[in-house]
Design a binder for this molecule. Sequence first.
Ligand code: PSU
Ligand code: MN
Length: 306
Amino acid sequence: MNLNKYLDVKPEVAEAIANGKPVVALESTIISHGMPYPQNVETALAVENIIRENGAVPATIAIIGGRLKAGLTAEEIEYFGKKGQAITKASRRDLAVLCARGEDGATTVTTTMIIAHMAGIKIFATGGIGGVHRGAETTMDISADLEELGQTPVMVVCAGAKSILDLGLTLEYLETKGVPVIGYGTEELPAFYCRTSGFGVDYRIDTAEELAKVFKTQNDLGMKGGMLVANPIPEQYAMPADAINAAIDQAISECAAKGIHGKETTPFLLARVSELTGGDSLASNIQLVFNNARVAAQTAAAYCKL
Ligand code: PSU
Ligand code: MN
């Protein structure tokens, strides 16, 4: 089963993959760098339960002691949650060094896609993806997540992207890379805490069955890239755009003033926006991840029937 000598697939996950049962991948940077402890651990465990309730097996992905893990135990999730930002945030360029040195790494959307694909998992649920940062025309800060979506055949179900990014440029980049951006039940790209952004998606799809069919077709066509499904936060948890945008603008100017750059930028902005908007934004963040887990599990189940 383990085709890759650095990969450990949790037995429950390996069994599901071998028998054509639905599996949903989950990332670990959202645990270590995306939310505070203990809500991060509680959320990660609750997301796994939601995936099970919707008929799929969860596989939280991470790097532990240099091993690529497809599926974590509850103890391992607790370890990532507690260690938080002390864990290396692992993107594509970090993978070989961490494996060779036997170190730990929290997987971003990029590395979760890579490891999911190695394990044979096709559908992945998260909160928000990385993208083209505001001011990228001079900083060139463009997340590796967009490159990965262009080259690895995994469907990523998210709630769009936070307006810490330039959403218009992010969509342009995805178009260049040939990544279909699908609105789940919407024509507009959701902006994480907000259901709307003013930017249109490429296609609107209303059912998990059609998501599965389109992604299966893309795979059958031999196209190597992924697909981005943007699922708006449920209405009752959505936040007013004005309050969020004020916090985002403040966080971005603080980030620039402190000279923060590179891989630290996104974790800094996430933590600062969350502090500035208080507990409401954390509650919304948790609910949108639950919502994405449901859609991903239903899509994985539909995919297995095709
Ligand atoms: N955006 C969020 N929440 C997150 C992330 C981004 O709203 O947790 C994390 C994800 O792991 C994503 C990564 O893959 O940050 C992107 O980091 P960067 O912008 O440095 O590529
Ligand atoms: Mn970056």
